[in-house]
Ligand binder design. Sequence first.
Ligand SMILES: Nc1ncnc2c1ncn2[C@@H]1O[C@H](COP(=O)(O)OP(=O)(O)OP(=O)(O)O)[C@@H](O)[C@H]1O
Length: 299
Amino acid sequence: MLAPAAELRNVIKRYGATVALDSVDLVARNGELLALLGPNGAGKSTAIALWLGLARPDAGRAALFGAAPGAMAVRRRVGVMLQSAGVPYTLKVGELLAQIRAAYPAPYPTGECVRLAGLDGLLDRRYDRLSGGQQRRVQFALAICGRPQLLFLDEPTVGLDVDARTALWQAIRTLVAEGCAVVLTTHYLEEAEALADRVAVLAQGRIVAAGSVAEVRARVSQKRIRCVSALDAQLVGAWPDVRTVRRDGERIEIVTDAAEAVVRQLLFEDPALGELEVRRAGLAEAFVEITRTVAAKAA
Ligand SMILES: Nc1ncnc2c1ncn2[C@@H]1O[C@H](COP(=O)(O)OP(=O)(O)OP(=O)(O)O)[C@@H](O)[C@H]1O
């Protein structure tokens, strides 16, 4: 059987007294996007550092395509976009692209890189004179131009406006559809929800939830209630089992573990209530609940 594009097997990584990863298993497969989620310091960047050979596990194994990270044959199959980019600043975008494309056996044509990363009109511009968002798009182009079979994206859409973010999501989907494996870290849960085939939630170096977006979401019992109501949100917030309440114009939105009881009380208190909707909570609520439970147990 073909080895997965990237795997961590029972990995422990310590920095002094800090256990950055504690018995972690992760797998990223071809044609799939794995989203790594977790609060600051959870261990996401450490996982990527191990895969890139920038750090070594204290125990367990990190492998890319079944081989040790860092091997030249493996590096030619991998594209990387990290949070801090070591880009030679004074070069023009076109020169940067040409340099990186030359290092790969079957790179995308320049025009395709421009289209995928949204670099129209930027090839003749110096990298250091671009805006932050334009630089991010160049970094993305440099990560994908070698037509990687495995792509690491560490918070790729930070600083991008809505249009640029949507365009980048589309480019990521194109690569995944072509069979690329993608490991994405993000703090934007809607990004994971939009792109991920599988998510792994890390907290304090441990995987606390893993599976499809739907599976992780199903781990929590919370529901989201929305309705048009004039009830005072602060009063509703004091009801039993209500976790959060938010007023959004004429609507209120309630997150609760006991949807039936809250709906009953809503209808009782506000006979004029309308447009009632009850939905399973999204990934954002699941993530907050899972990581809060872990923090509470550790305290
Ligand atoms: N080079 C290092 N030396 C010492 N400690 C480190 C080092 N790199 C990471 N750590 C620690 O390891 C833990 C995990 O950090 P890591 O950067 O992997 O988290 P993260 O999930 O990527 O966080 P963020 O969302 O803030 O980027 C943290 O406690 C961090 O302080």
